[in-house]
Design a protein around this ligand. Structure first.
Ligand code: C5P
Length: 207
């Protein structure tokens, strides 16, 4: 079974994908990490994230970069969003994601275009959403927990800018697949969101 979990930043899709993978004993790929690694590689190389050739060159990042804690920073998230608009970057990362999705036994992938581009045949497609304020609040608490000094306003502005870029890009924009079920986690705890996601996947499996 392939499970596609798409949605904007801090919607809860990573937590949900992780829990679904554990529940069904399936391997899980956080595809945002690949784009984050490209963004980080551009930063390390001192090249331009908005230049298609520079961004494409950064897709040859070493696998060890995937373990770099700096991938989780807001700065890298912003760079990831900028490099991800280039069609050549998306093409370069396609096979890796497609191969993961189609491995024997199935997989859980989370990202922006899993249900639409990477695995349109996925048996279960979830589109996870939450209000900007709920997502900003979550990110704020997470950053505070990690001892990073940020303001709620700055996080909200950053999330809104990233959403706009992800939704309006020409190639593989953030959009729910026609056959995806949408889950709004704004008012849900992590446990409640996981339970709701599990119920939706089970309902799909029964069909
Ligand atoms: O999900 P995460 O915040 O880690 O993703 C970082 C950025 O990578 C997103 O803002 C988005 O622009 C890009 N991305 C993408 N397609 C994916 C996963 C992430 O374009 N499948």
């Amino acid at each position: 079974m392939i499970i596609a979990v798409d949605g904007p930043t801090a919607s809860g899709k990573g937590t949900i994908a992780h829990a679904l993978a554990a529940h069904y004993a399936l391997p899980h790929l956080d595809t945002g990490l690949l784009y984050r690694a490209v963004g980080r590689q551009v930063f390390l190389a001192g090249t331009d994230p908005d230049d298609p050739a520079d961004a494409l060159a950064a897709t040859a990042f070493p696998d060890s970069l995937l373990d770099d804690p700096a991938l989780r920073s807001e700065e890298t998230g912003g760079l990831a969003s900028r490099v991800s608009v280039h069609p050549a970057v998306r093409r370069a990362l396609f096979e890796r994601q497609r191969g993961f999705a189609t491995q024997p036994g199935g997989a859980v992938l989370d990202g922006r275009d899993i249900g639409t581009v990477i695995a349109p045949e996925a048996e279960a497609k979830l589109f996870i959403i939450a209000s900007v304020s709920a997502r900003a609040q979550r990110r704020f608490l997470e950053m505070q927990g990690r001892g990073i000094a940020v303001t709620l306003d700055a996080i909200e502005a950053d999330l809104a800018a990233r959403d706009a870029r992800d939704r309006t890009r020409a190639e593989a924009p953030l959009v729910a697949a026609a056959d995806a079920v949408t889950l709004d986690t704004s008012a849900l705890s992590a446990e409640a969101a996981i339970a709701a996601a599990l119920a939706l996947v089970e309902a799909r499996r029964q069909r």
